[in-house]
Design a protein around this ligand. Sequence first.
Ligand SMILES: Cc1cc2nc3c(=O)[nH]c(=O)nc-3n(C[C@H](O)[C@H](O)[C@H](O)COP(=O)(O)O)c2cc1C
Length: 186
Amino acid sequence: MAKNTDSVRAAGGEAEAELATGISAEDYRAALRRHPAGVTIVTLDSEAGPVGFTATSFASVSLNPPLVSFNIAHSSSSIGALHSADSLVIHLLGEHQQHLAQRFARSADQRFADRSLWARLDTGEPVLHGTPSWLRVTVDQLIPVGDHTLVIGLVTRVHAEDDDESAAAPLLYHEGRYYRPTPLDN
Ligand SMILES: Cc1cc2nc3c(=O)[nH]c(=O)nc-3n(C[C@H](O)[C@H](O)[C@H](O)COP(=O)(O)O)c2cc1C
């Protein structure tokens, strides 16, 4: 994910790449891989059709006003559409949605190919069926930070499924694998 392109080029390969502060890209990635994260999918509408990608960089930022954030890589095929979007949907995935997390991190042209997986809100954004919780946000700020852009979204709609799947465990990502949480005590 985080990548200093110049240093990568200078070192001739990612494994030996040294980042701006002298740490290695390998050490940086290894440390961050140990930090678990909830998995989200960000979707939005664009002139060319629906756009979306898997993201673990989601965070809540502010209660009042209700603001959330995520990061998008400048190399992402979704970056142009995101810059043009006024609003988007952030899906907080359940453990039953691992297949969607994988789908939305692979070939961009296949992500919305299965029409049975999604619909559109009355405001136009694509929404993925069976998602325990999703947030509709309007784009409040786009802040370039290193090789990513930090997106700040103002939450305008909160959806919680009220069927059994609403109680589903969240989908987690850790050390390159998907997990469900296990409580330490009862
Ligand atoms: C678990 C996981 C988390 C990810 N989190 C982010 C993220 O927070 N921001 C981001 O820009 N890309 C993230 N990605 C990568 C995107 O989902 C996507 O694979 C990448 O942008 C390449 O898409 P593209 O081929 O459309 O450019 C993540 C991928 C995975 C598998």
